[in-house]
Ligand binder design. Structure first.
Ligand SMILES: NC(=O)c1ccc[n+]([C@@H]2O[C@H](COP(=O)([O-])OP(=O)(O)OC[C@H]3O[C@@H](n4cnc5c(N)ncnc54)[C@H](O)[C@@H]3O)[C@@H](O)[C@H]2O)c1
Length: 246
């Protein structure tokens, strides 16, 4: 995930300059000597909170990014917030084109196999976009409440999309697949003898998720299990990320 810095950014945001004066990464965050890898990154959920920070960070490193977001209205954030994120990403891509940054953003569901397959081959016709070599699957109906109100929608957004992207990544012989999972897979928080909450450990049981959202995240993890799908994957269990956004 992109680092949040206190440095001033060269990309003031027209809607809310706070994002770029206090919170966003800057070109200096691109580590010297870390050349952009061959091929493009495919990032789902790119208009969301973590996804937009990730794409911005990749663009500042001079990477090529094929980005999708379904602009899902069942999640916690409004559409205009996501549109502001996308506008910012286009601006960052333009400002960093000379160092190799490329951005192809498409409003699409990551579970739409036909649409996404076309994007893997070169960003859907975007000039200078190489084939996808790495996948970061952040797209999800991210709120617990939305998953309780519409469990089937959460399964479609979170699990079906994972199956489709794993399949495409394996076919494209992608080098890496990152799936954003969630600490919610651990279920109810454990407490010690004094009733104090105990942080979850990686080996804790994931057998009893307490929301449809958590269940979809565990299901997606299992879909990505290396012995089931032939693509190397890592599945960070994110816990309450926070920071500035548009
Ligand atoms: N933010 C956190 O604290 C936190 C904690 C645990 C896990 N996560 C996970 O990290 C990822 C990113 O979280 P976030 O906070 O940026 O969420 P977010 O809601 O800001 O972003 C998710 C984005 O995914 C999009 N989306 C939903 N379903 C999609 C689909 N099928 N295809 C394409 N796009 C889709 C939404 O429109 C949204 O813009 C999610 O997978 C989330 O479940 C986040």
């Amino acid at each position: 995930m992109a680092r949040l810095t206190a440095s001033a950014s060269p990309h003031p945001h027209p809607r809310n300059s706070r994002r770029h004066t206090n919170a966003r990464c800057s070109a200096s965050d691109a580590a010297p000597g870390r050349a952009a890898p061959e091929g493009a990154y495919f990032v789902s959920g790119a208009a969301g909170f973590i996804g937009s920070h990730l794409v911005e960070s990749l663009l500042l490193r001079g990477c090529a990014v094929v980005a999708v977001d379904s602009m899902d209205q069942g999640g916690p954030y409004p559409r205009d917030w996501k549109e502001a994120n996308v506008a910012l990403l286009h601006r960052v891509a333009a400002e960093n084109a000379a160092r190799g940054a490329r951005l192809a953003f498409h409003e699409a569901d990551a579970g739409d196999s036909a649409a996404v397959r076309a994007l893997f081959a070169g960003g859907g016709g975007a000039a200078g976009m190489p084939p996808v070599s790495r996948v970061c699957h952040l797209g999800a109906r991210s709120g617990v409440r939305g998953s309780v109100e519409d469990p089937a929608g959460a399964v479609a957004a979170n699990v079906a999309s994972t199956a489709v992207l794993l399949d495409l990544a394996a076919a494209a012989q992608c080098r890496a697949f990152v799936l954003a999972s969630s600490g919610s897979v651990y279920g109810e928080c454990s407490v010690d003898a004094a009733g104090r909450p105990v942080p979850s450990a990686e080996g804790d049981s994931t057998a009893a998720p307490v929301s449809p959202y958590a269940a979809t995240k565990r299901a997606a993890e299992l879909m990505a299990h290396g012995r089931v799908v032939q693509v190397d994957s890592i599945k960070p269990r994110v816990e309450n990320a926070y920071g500035f956004s548009a």
